[in-house]
Design a protein around this ligand. Sequence first.
Ligand code: GUN
Length: 287
Amino acid sequence: MSYILLDGKDLAGRMKAEMREKVENMAAKGVVPGLAVVIVGNDPASRVYVNSKKKDCAEVGIRSFEYALPEETTEEQLLGLIDTLNEDDSVDGILVQLPIPKHLDEAKVIRRISPKKDVDAFHPYNVGELMIGTPIFAPCTPAGIMELIKDAGLEVAGKNCVVIGRSNIVGKPMAMLMLHNNATVTICHSKTKDLKSVCKQADILVAAIGKTELITSEYVKEGAIVIDVGMNRTPEGRLTGDVNFEDVKEKVSAITPVPGGVGPMTRAMLLVNTIKACNMHKANMLS
Ligand code: GUN
């Protein structure tokens, strides 16, 4: 069976070209979207992600402001910075790169970000809006996945969608977006019984597990769409997904590669949300 390669790098590139034009038009009216990126501590993966996000912003003309805070930053200092950024009109979006050091209360930090600047859509206010189907900001990874599926002309309504993983960042919002698009949704997790047979029912299988190439052809129904959210490193340092691409590719109708699938879409959606935030904050200057 031949399959469609869901090329996130390509779609993200097309989206960025469109966004660049949009931002140029805004800049011509004196409005430049701004994204504040906060990183606390020395997690090497977070450093790579933050650098990528800054580069993406520069590519489309969004101004980015990096706040790199030391590992020993106190909660009071971090919350104080968020308060300042909430009040700063040049900042449309605020992103605190996760994970943050253990001595800081992640839930408290997320709640401190103004929902109007919460371009990750992690604040409970935005989670609630998503739940009732009126999101202001779409959560980046799940929204990027929906864009990728839609761009390929693939149908979601009426399909059985199985999401593996129940994180607040991916699994739960993914399930909600699939539901809003009229899929029948199952969420699996580490306590799910007979994961293989549940996955085998999926027309759309979203793997957000964090285990190298767990998903083999035994988990996949003939003709399924397979979305791999995994970003794992083997002990040798090789980047792998949660899906064994080579093993499943002959069985699927469409599949995302790792790298070059979901990752670039997550990054593109952050830019979409930042531009949206700016449009909301500065509507009076843009009309
Ligand atoms: N860490 C891993 N993924 C993400 C993300 O999408 N946003 C933030 N802020 N931190 C992350």
